[in-house]
Write a protein that binds this ligand. Sequence first.
Ligand SMILES: NC(=O)c1ccc[n+]([C@@H]2O[C@H](COP(=O)([O-])OP(=O)(O)OC[C@H]3O[C@@H](n4cnc5c(N)ncnc54)[C@H](O)[C@@H]3O)[C@@H](O)[C@H]2O)c1
Length: 417
Amino acid sequence: MGISIGLVGLGQFGSAFAPLFKAHPLVDRIALCDREADRIRRFADDPFYADKLALKDIYLSLDDICRADLDALVIITQPWLHAPQCIQAMQAGKHVYSAVPISCVPDGDEILEWCEKIIETCTHTGQHYMLGETTYYRPEAQFCRRQAAAGKFGDFVYAEGEYLHDVDAGCNLRQVSYQRSLGQAGQEWRQTAASKYRDQGILGGPMHYPTHSTSGPVCVMGAHAVEVTAYGWRNRTQDPHFAADAFSNEFAFFRMSNGATVRIAETREAAGILGGDSETFRIMGTLGTFSENRWFEARRPDLDHLDYANLPKPSSRSVDRAEMFEPFPPEVTAAFKRAVYRDLSEEEFQTRDFTPGGHGGSHPYLVHEFCSAVAERRTPAINAWEAARYMVMGVMAHKSALRDGETLACPDWGDAP
Ligand SMILES: NC(=O)c1ccc[n+]([C@@H]2O[C@H](COP(=O)([O-])OP(=O)(O)OC[C@H]3O[C@@H](n4cnc5c(N)ncnc54)[C@H](O)[C@@H]3O)[C@@H](O)[C@H]2O)c1
């Protein structure tokens, strides 16, 4: 028998995941939940969902779907709601998948408290938590984790992670914020955001949404931050988009537990990007380096018998996406292909190979990992302990920036048991 999964939050991002969760071969039954009935209706009326979705499995409140006999909930609601909702779901006996970040509120201490509470709730309930961090399953990260596992980096020396998303870029953050402020949950937040935080002088910043930039270096190196020094850039134009933030751009330097140094950049008010992508990382090791889809190798001479006429030469090569991606089991590829290309004619469908899509191709990998972990009753790859490490870097960087670069120690809850 397969598993049953409830999808909570069918807004912009949740809608992109619904077909993949529905299609996964391990999933027998899905349920849908959103406080806004119209956001569910388009799925309930779509024949694609009919074989796994019953009318009784449509819910308008989290309390109601938590009472349903489902194995797991996928929570893709607004970012300030994730943590309490995930805890409620685990306490109701559900495994949970959360959209990133663990929590995004202006108060960094509150974010750290939520990280701790989520870890405690996993421990006490025995339910599993997975953070849906897209960078973790970007092809670059898949490739680099394999290189790291094979020891090809040597010792890690330095890494850079960045999420460079100008407010007025293609995916316009003003529109995203406006969209999230609509509906009942959005209206309620307007009140809270002002009275609980802004009016009390508690201001956030881009480092409170840090998982796209921090997860790459952390998941490849298997290391966590020990201390940080960070600086912020304050908006100078009284742009209302940044009214709840102390900074519109933040930059941080970390000492990591493996002795490496990491630089993280989070920009929301800076034109363009630096390298080939807006959400990316680069990692240097003593033997191997990954940067801009290239793999570099240093060849070391035998130090006891140096032959100056024949010193080894370094090499480098570009790595294409096909090589970086790990393969899915064939039945999973077939199911995802049906879900993603369901609008194509059968003739066109047969000519197409399945190409993983969504944030660098990460979406189907996130879905496959969560469904597999629930079915196999195992801890997911991006578990609460791993996810907390991504968050801690952002929260402590913001605190350091608020203190004009004071070096601060970073807390850590250890590895997943
Ligand atoms: N690369 C990435 O990982 C990435 C990209 C985009 C968005 N996201 C994350 O996805 C999340 C959702 O973003 P979005 O743009 O889809 O937001 P959205 O506002 O469009 O959708 C959120 C939905 O959740 C629903 N909701 C809120 N509270 C609820 C409750 N108690 N019960 C049921 N439904 C509830 C809302 O009604 C809304 O439909 C955000 O937290 C964001 O951080 C991640």
